[in-house]
Design a protein around this ligand. Structure first.
Ligand code: 3HC
Length: 345
């Protein structure tokens, strides 16, 4: 339902990208005049809503911002596998287990597309992983909450993936080509994730009173952390103004949050569940739902490493990285042998 909002112009042909004054290798690259010309070409491309490609010249701040956002996004996908991975062995049926396995695997794949997109900006996978494991890089606050019941699998799909799609559909129109293209495929898969979560919630809500109570209890715990997931309010968002000017971010944190609440309330009504917000009500004048005060202290606590599961999540990733060292070494040894064989041939 969410991917219908993807509406994209045709990607540029191979000659349009990375050629002319926008090319990083443009003639006279070192001179001040050439620098100015490239900045103007970059500004014109952004104003014309054209894509910036890896071989194009770009301001250093634009490059750094993209590395920050794309790598944080990749880390979120990979750390996001942990809360659900926790339930694969406990899924209540073969069908549910197959769905959950496929979904968790998709999230790993999203992390890989995004790490690859970030690598086109000249940062290595090792540097990004090191930033995550040392606690220097952020990942989404939402994955620092525990998954206590099976209904959490439904809530994550319905709400967390629903919020992620709301945030990510506009990123399909991001000005940086590799990120925008990665997001198209990711959003299509996230749409399936959202539906499977909603279908799981529907099954619980149409089940026994105990199952419905489990669904309500999960919604009570996940609602506010999901509403926070869109980031600080626009007034507190340090990056939004610049990233919106650059066409990286297209819709502000608060506007996306509002769109999410408006879309989700009728879905909760259909499930027969109560959203845990006494201030939630339709505002005829605004044409939107009003909702209660967000606990910003909680968001900052979780972002800054002090959420319910921050330490556990990082520790699990560190252990996985250490345990996977032999796989990386074996793959490198294999690649070296193959290259040597090819040289000899
Ligand atoms: N969790 C953790 N950190 C957050 C955050 C959140 N929910 N919201 C904001 N922050 C951080 C920002 O990263 C920034 O920190 P930094 O300067 O160290 O990088 C700081 O708080 C200030 O916030 P801003 O609003 O100024 O930052 P941005 O303009 O970058 O907006 C964002 C934050 C909306 C998350 C934006 O970066 C974004 O849209 N990122 C791409 C999408 C993404 O990363 N989504 C994460 C979820 S992915 C997912 O859920 C997986 C799916 O499978 C379910």
């Amino acid at each position: 339902m969410y991917t219908q909002a993807i509406d994209l112009p045709e990607p540029p042909g191979p000659l349009e990208a990375g050629s002319g004054p926008r090319s990083a290798q443009a003639a006279g690259a070192g001179s001040e005049a050439a620098e100015q010309e490239r900045q103007q070409a970059f500004d014109a491309a952004i104003a014309a809503d054209e894509k910036i490609e890896p071989q194009d010249w770009m301001p250093e701040a634009y490059r750094r911002t993209l590395v920050r956002q794309i790598s944080q996004h990749a880390h979120s996908e990979v750390v996001g596998m942990l809360p659900e991975g926790n339930w694969i062995t406990r899924a209540p049926s073969l069908r549910r287990k197959a769905i959950l396995l496929a979904k968790v695997q998709d999230e790993g794949g999203h992390g890989l597309y995004l790490y690859s997109a970030a690598e086109t900006l000249g940062v290595s996978r090792d540097e990004m992983i090191e930033a995550l494991l040392s606690g220097k890089a952020k990942y989404s606050s939402i994955f620092n909450y525990p998954t206590l019941s099976w209904a959490d699998m439904g809530c994550i799909g319905w709400l967390v993936d629903g919020a992620a799609i709301m945030n990510q559909i506009p990123l399909c129109r991001c000005s940086y080509g590799p990120y925008a293209r990665a997001m198209i495929r990711i959003c299509k898969e996230e749409s399936f994730h959202q539906r499977q979560g909603y279908e799981l919630m529907l099954a619980l809500c149409r089940g026994t009173p105990a199952q419905k109570a489990m669904a309500q209890e999960a919604l009570d715990r996940w609602w506010w952390p999901v509403v926070m997931m869109f980031g600080p309010s626009d007034a507190e968002s340090v990056h939004s103004a610049q990233t919106m000017k650059w066409g990286i971010k297209r819709i502000s944190n608060d506007d996306l949050r509002q769109k999410f609440v408006d879309a989700t309330v009728p879905q909760a009504e259909l499930l027969g569940l109560r959203i845990p917000d006494p201030d939630l009500k339709w505002n005829e004048e605004r044409g939107h739902y009003d909702f209660g005060q967000i606990d910003w202290n909680e968001l900052w606590r979780v972002i800054n490493g002090d959420g319910p599961c921050n330490r556990e999540r990082l520790e699990t990733r560190r252990r996985a990285h250490e345990n996977g060292a032999w796989v990386r070494e074996a793959a490198l040894a294999h690649a070296r042998k193959r290259a040597a064989r090819q040289r000899a041939a």
